[in-house]
Design a protein around this ligand. Structure first.
Ligand SMILES: *Cc1c(COP(=O)(O)O)cnc(C)c1O
Length: 429
C-alpha cells in the first residue's frame, strides 16, 4: 500500500508586528504619526522589519545615521569609552568634550561650543545667547523664517515659522517673529528696536528642502553688522557635511565672491553629529563666546564622555573616508538622475531641490492615482516606496526628502533610483 505522507502544517509565525504596535497603542503617547513598519535591525544602508523584509534607508533616521546602521566604528567607540567613563556631569573636565569642541571650532571658525542632547536644545542655547547679548539694551527679539523648523520645545515652536506646530499650545513664548525666507528686504523691514538676532536654516528641511541664496546669506551678514544683530544658523539638519561641506553656508558660498570670509555668529548642530547617539551642540563666535558665563546655562547630560567619544569617532571616519566629497558626488548623481525622471514623468514629479545628500523631490499637484485615497500625496508616495523596499521622509504635503547616510554607495544610490522610477512610472500610467 502506498504510504500516505500528510501535508506539512503551515509554519507557525508570530505576528510580532501587531504585538509591538499594540504595545505602542497601549503605552506610548500618540504624538507621532508613525508608519506601519516595525523595524528590527540594520546594517550599512539597510534596515529590516520584524518580518524580515529589507528596506534601503534613504531617510537615515531623519538625517541622523551619518554612517548608516550598525557601523563597527560606532560600536567600538561605545564599548571602549563605556569601559572607562560614561558620565561624570559638567562639574568636571574630561578629554572627549574638550577635543570634540576643538574639532568643531576648527571646522567652523574661532569661537567656542556648548553641548546639548538635541537640536531643539542646541537652538535654546542660541536663544539664550541672544537674550544675554541684548539684555542691557532691552533687546530680546529673534527673527526667523516662514516655513522654518527649529524644534518642538516651547521656545522651539515659538521660533518655528509654521502654524501647525504652534496650534493648541498658546500662549506662545514671546520674542519671535517670522519673515519670508530668501527675502532680504523683508528681513530689513522686520527689524525693530527690540530685535537682537536673526536665525535661519542654510537649507530649510522640514519646510520642504529650500536652500538659502548666496546673496541672501551675504546680505544678512551685512544687515546684522549694520544693525548690531547676531546672525545664527540652524545647522541641525543641513549641517554635518550633508551638503558636501561641514556647514551648508560653506557650500552655498564656496564660489561666491566674498563668501570665504562669511561667518555667522552662532551655529546649532545635532542630528548627524552623534551618528545616532543623541547629541547636540552650538558654536558661538568670538567675541560672544563668553556671554554665557558660569551658572548661566547647563545640561546634565550635555557632552558626556560617551557621547563625545562617539562623535569624535564619527568625525574621524567621515574625515578618513572623505564622506563630505562622497555626499557631494552621490548627491549630484542622484539629483541629476532625478531631474531626468522629472522631465520624463512631469505628471508625477515636478522637480528636485537641495544640495548634496539633502534632496527634496517635489511631487506634481494632482497625481491622478492619489485622488481617491486618503492622506497627502507625499504620504501616499512614501507608502509606495515602502512597498518597494525603500524608506524616505515626507516634508509637507508634496515633498519627499532623501537624507541618506553620508557613506551612501553608488550601488545604493542606483537602487534608490530604480525604486523611485518604479513607483513614479506606475503613477504616470
Ligand atoms: C530636527 C531639527 C531640529 C530639532 O532637533 P531635535 O533633535 O528634534 O530637537 C531643529 N532644527 C532643525 C533644522 C531640524 O531639522
Amino acid at each position: 500500500m502506498k504510504e500516505i505522507i500528510p501535508p506539512a502544517p503551515p509554519a507557525i509565525t508570530r505576528n510580532d508586528s501587531a504585538a509591538v504596535r499594540q504595545l505602542f497603542k497601549d503605552n506610548v503617547v500618540p504624538s507621532y504619526g508613525r508608519f506601519d513598519l516595525v523595524l528590527s535591525h540594520g546594517l550599512g544602508g539597510y534596515v529590516w522589519d520584524v518580518a524580515g523584509k529589507r528596506y534601503l534607508d534613504m531617510g537615515g533616521g531623519i538625517a541622523v545615521c551619518s554612517l548608516g546602521h550598525a557601523h563597527p566604528a560606532i560600536t567600538d567607540a561605545l564599548v571602549e569609552q563605556s569601559r572607562k567613563l560614561v558620565h561624570v556631569s559638567n562639574l568636571y573636565y574630561h578629554e572627549p568634550q574638550g577635543r570634540l569642541a576643538q574639532a568643531l571650532v576648527r571646522l567652523i571658525g574661532p569661537g567656542k561650543c556648548f553641548f546639548s542632547n538635541s537640536g531643539a536644545e542646541a537652538n535654546e542655547g542660541l536663544y539664550k545667547v541672544a537674550r544675554k547679548f541684548g539684555h542691557e539694551e532691552g533687546r530680546f527679539e529673534i527673527l526667523t523664517a516662514v516655513n522654518s523648523f527649529h524644534g518642538r520645545t516651547l521656545a522651539g515652536i515659538a521660533a518655528t515659522g509654521q502654524d501647525k506646530v504652534k496650534k493648541g499650545f498658546e500662549p506662545l513664548m514671546p520674542g519671535f517673529r517670522h519673515v519670508p525666507y530668501n527675502d532680504l528686504e523683508a528681513m530689513r523691514q522686520a527689524i525693530s528696536p527690540a530685535t537682537a538676532a536673526i536665525l535661519i536654516e542654510g537649507v530649510q528641511g522640514e519646510g520642504g528642502v529650500t536652500p538659502a541664496q548666496p546673496e541672501y546669506l551675504l546680505g544678512l551678514r551685512k544687515l546684522c553688522d549694520e544693525k548690531r544683530l547676531l546672525l545664527f544658523m540652524d545647522g541641525v539638519q543641513c549641517g554635518y557635511f550633508r551638503t558636501g561641506r561641514f556647514q551648508s553656508f560653506q557650500r552655498i558660498l564656496e564660489n561666491t565672491p566674498g563668501g570665504a570670509s562669511f561667518l555667522p555668529d552662532g551655529v546649532s548642530m545635532a542630528k548627524s553629529l552623534g551618528g545616532g547617539f543623541p547629541m547636540g551642540a552650538f558654536w558661538v563666535r568670538q567675541p560672544y563666546a563668553d556671554l554665557l558665563g558660569p551658572g548661566t546655562h547647563a545640561s546634565t547630560f550635555g557632552g558626556t564622555p560617551l557621547g563625545c567619544a562617539v562623535a569624535l569617532k564619527v568625525l574621524e571616519v567621515v574625515t578618513r573616508e572623505r564622506l563630505a566629497d562622497n555626499a557631494r558626488e552621490q548627491g549630484e548623481y542622484l539629483a541629476a538622475e532625478l531631474r531626468g525622471l522629472a522631465r520624463e514623468y512631469p505628471s508625477v514629479l515636478r522637480g528636485v531641490r537641495g544640495l548634496g545628500l539633502m534632496l527634496g523631490l517635489e511631487l506634481a499637484p494632482d497625481i491622478a492615482a492619489f485622488k481617491d485615497a486618503s492622506g497627502s500625496a507625499s504620504l501616499q508616495f512614501v507608502h509606495r516606496l515602502h512597498a518597494e523596499g525603500m524608506l524616505a521622509i515626507p516634508a509637507g504635503t508634496h515633498v519627499i526628502r532623501l537624507l541618506p547616510p553620508l557613506n551612501l554607495s553608488r550601488l545604493d544610490a542606483e537602487e534608490a533610483l530604480r525604486i523611485i522610477e518604479n513607483v513614479v512610472s506606475r503613477l504616470a500610467t
